[in-house]
Write a protein that binds this ligand. Structure first.
Ligand code: LRH
Ligand code: MN
Length: 409
């Protein structure tokens, strides 16, 4: 029986000319991939505090994501990171994922750590002054594509830590040129139905310059590569007060938006729970996404939706449940915007009217809608409550041990 809150909200929205069944089906259809590296306790250089019951291998990571999928009905895919998640038995992993109704979203390469490869990435990878190291990094990305092909993934995410810590340490132009050449070589191996998602980040772990620091550099490199290469927007990869919704609009305007790494931040790349710090910004980003898709600037289906977060103090599964809910809420609020009236205000210079339209949608409590969509899709009433009352973390600790540690950050 739908809740009284849902019935009240439905009548309010129907009176405003909104189709609640359409909104519910959009909410249900919107699925977000979970990162394989966010199922254990993350850490910082100052320390890492384990939570117990962490997945000890890829099978257990898939089980955790399967649980999130069952409870929230908001995720149906995992984004793997190589070499943290190299499948020992591809067929077994595919069967496991299939049994949990999970698919493999974009694969992530890793040329920002040393994990036993021949040549170190300390001074960079695709941009390294040493061509042998560049080649090693190119080969790694090609291996990641091969693993992805065996699992049914259709995307490769490339994020480079490459850069420098001090003026003069690196040739900024040569680093960019070597990166461009290395990406060309990787792109030449990209299957025709794949996309390359090029992620930018202004700083960290390098603190003077980063080879791909912003959306402009990423889109310039992508355009050099071809139309299968687009820009990945990690919400935490922006300098303070950056207008991220404008970047999203600008990329959609050029059909250059690959997708998202959802998280939130107060200062730097804090990888906090999505919607926990700046929910209005997330809402405005979804307003641009819905507008860009409805105006056919870029197809909604062409965009990848993934979380990228790292949990220092929360239970990772509780945090992911909150993040999935927050993303669904931001999307649902943006679906309530009367875009026709908004356009009238924009065309008529009615600044106040325009803000009233956005605020009316943003101030609407859409949680009854998100809950109803989840229940109709077969999810539970309250995933977080269920997770706690069923003592899932305690059960995981008894199965996997208090000190089990997941691969990842
Ligand atoms: C870099 C990043 C990138 C991942 C890593 C785990 O900050 O956002 O997307 O490879 O986090
Ligand atoms: Mn990221």
């Amino acid at each position: 029986m739908p809740s009284s809150e849902f019935q009240l909200l439905s009548s309010i929205l129907e009176n405003k000319g909104k189709s609640v069944p359409d909104i519910l089906s959009n909410i249900s259809a919107f699925q977000i991939a979970v990162p394989s590296w966010a199922l254990g306790a993350g850490g910082t250089r100052f320390g890492r505090f384990s939570i117990g019951g962490e997945p000890r291998n890829l099978e257990e990571k898939l089980e955790d994501i399967g649980l999130l999928a069952k409870l929230t009905k908001k995720t149906d895919a995992v984004s793997l990171h190589i070499p943290w998640d190299i499948p020992e038995d591809v067929e077994a992993i595919k069967q496991k994922a299939q049994s949990l109704e999970i698919s493999f979203d974009a694969m992530n390469s890793n040329t920002f750590q040393d994990y036993g490869q021949d040549l170190t990435y300390k001074m960079g990878s695709l941009s390294n002054a040493d061509s042998a190291i560049r080649q090693q990094a190119v080969d790694h990305n090609k291996q990641v594509i091969e693993i992805g092909k065996s699992l049914g993934s259709k995307g490769l995410t490339v994020w480079l830590a490459d850069g420098s810590n001090f003026p003069g340490q690196a040739s900024i132009r040569k680093s960019l040129q070597w990166t461009s050449e290395s990406l060309q070589s990787i792109y030449s191996d990209l299957p025709s139905d794949w996309k390359l998602l090029l992620e930018y980040k202004p700083y960290e772990p390098n603190f003077y310059h980063t080879v791909i620091p912003d959306w402009g550099t990423s889109s310039f490199l992508c355009k050099q590569l071809g139309d299968q290469a687009k820009v990945l927007v990690d919400l935490g990869h922006h300098l303070p007060n950056t207008n991220i919704e404008q970047i999203v609009a600008t990329l959609m305007h050029q059909d250059m938006l690959a997708g998202f790494h959802f998280n939130d931040s107060k200062y730097g790349d804090d990888d906090l729970s999505t919607g926990s710090i700046k929910p209005y910004q997330l809402f405005l980003i979804f307003c641009e996404l819905i507008g860009g898709a409805e105006d056919e600037a870029q197809a909604w289906e062409s965009i990848s939706w993934m979380i990228d977060a790292s949990h220092n103090t929360k239970d990772p599964l509780e945090d992911l449940i909150q993040a999935l809910e927050a993303i669904a809420i931001a999307y649902a609020k943006a679906l309530l915007v009367d875009r026709g009236k908004l356009t009238q205000c924009q065309m008529g210079g009615d600044t106040v009217g325009a803000q009233e339209i956005l605020q009316d949608a943003f101030q609407t409590d859409v949680r009854p809608l998100v809950k109803e969509a989840r229940i109709q899709a077969g999810g539970v009433e309250s995933p977080l409550e269920y997770y706690r009352t069923e003592k899932i973390r305690e059960k995981l600790i008894s199965q996997r041990g208090k000190n089990s540690q997941a691969t990842g950050l």
